[in-house]
Design a protein around this ligand. Structure first.
Ligand code: 4NP
Length: 172
């Protein structure tokens, strides 16, 4: 895909540490919210770490997604790469450390826009989605609520951006 294509159809890469808990849930939530909103968007997720490459999502993440009617059983973890900054229009970190690691990895001049997920929720800008890995089921329920809130805000932003670029293209 060329950079231009990436800019026309939004494409979002969610990034957490392991790519087995938060970012696969954010990916699943965005797919659901975008479908409901009628937004055409490509979605994926990755981790900054390499420990879980090729592993499925954590069973507790699979369970909370299933509780909300979403099957993430096909997910396999992968590590984020500098090339992702050319393949996605939006790279969205789940916490501040993920954001800092992505900023350090970002190739100079690469087009992807970098944000934190909760930056897209009014009043929660700069807040992290807490890591539930060492927690229990209630922490995963909090993660799900956070990623759904973030996905809703992000989808609205992408819809607005699509509207303004359509207006630019038509000259209105
Ligand atoms: P995630 O959670 O970043 O939300 O996928 C974690 C998964 C694994 C580890 C830490 C966080 N770990 O240390 O292996």
């Amino acid at each position: 895909m060329s950079t231009d294509d990436a800019m026309e159809r939004p494409s979002v890469l969610f990034v957490c540490l392991g790519n087995i808990c938060r970012s696969p849930l954010a990916e699943a939530a965005l797919v659901e919210v975008a479908r409901d909103r009628g937004l055409d968007v490509r979605v994926a997720s990755a981790g900054t770490g390499d420990w879980h490459i090729g592993h499925p999502a954590d069973r507790r993440a699979r369970a909370i997604a299933a509780e909300h009617g979403v099957d993430i059983g096909g997910h396999r973890a992968r590590q984020v790469t500098p090339e992702d900054f050319y393949r996605f229009s939006d790279i969205v970190a789940l916490d501040r450390q993920n954001f800092a690691d992505l900023e350090a990895m970002r190739p100079p001049g690469a087009p992807a826009s970098l944000s934190m997920l909760l930056d897209h929720v009014p009043g929660r800008e700069g807040q992290p989605v807490a890591d539930p890995y060492h927690g229990g089921a209630s922490d995963f329920a909090t993660t799900w609520a956070d990623v759904v809130a973030g996905a809703r805000g992000l989808v609205e932003r992408l819809v607005q951006r699509a509207g303004s670029s359509a207006k630019r293209a038509s000259g209105t």
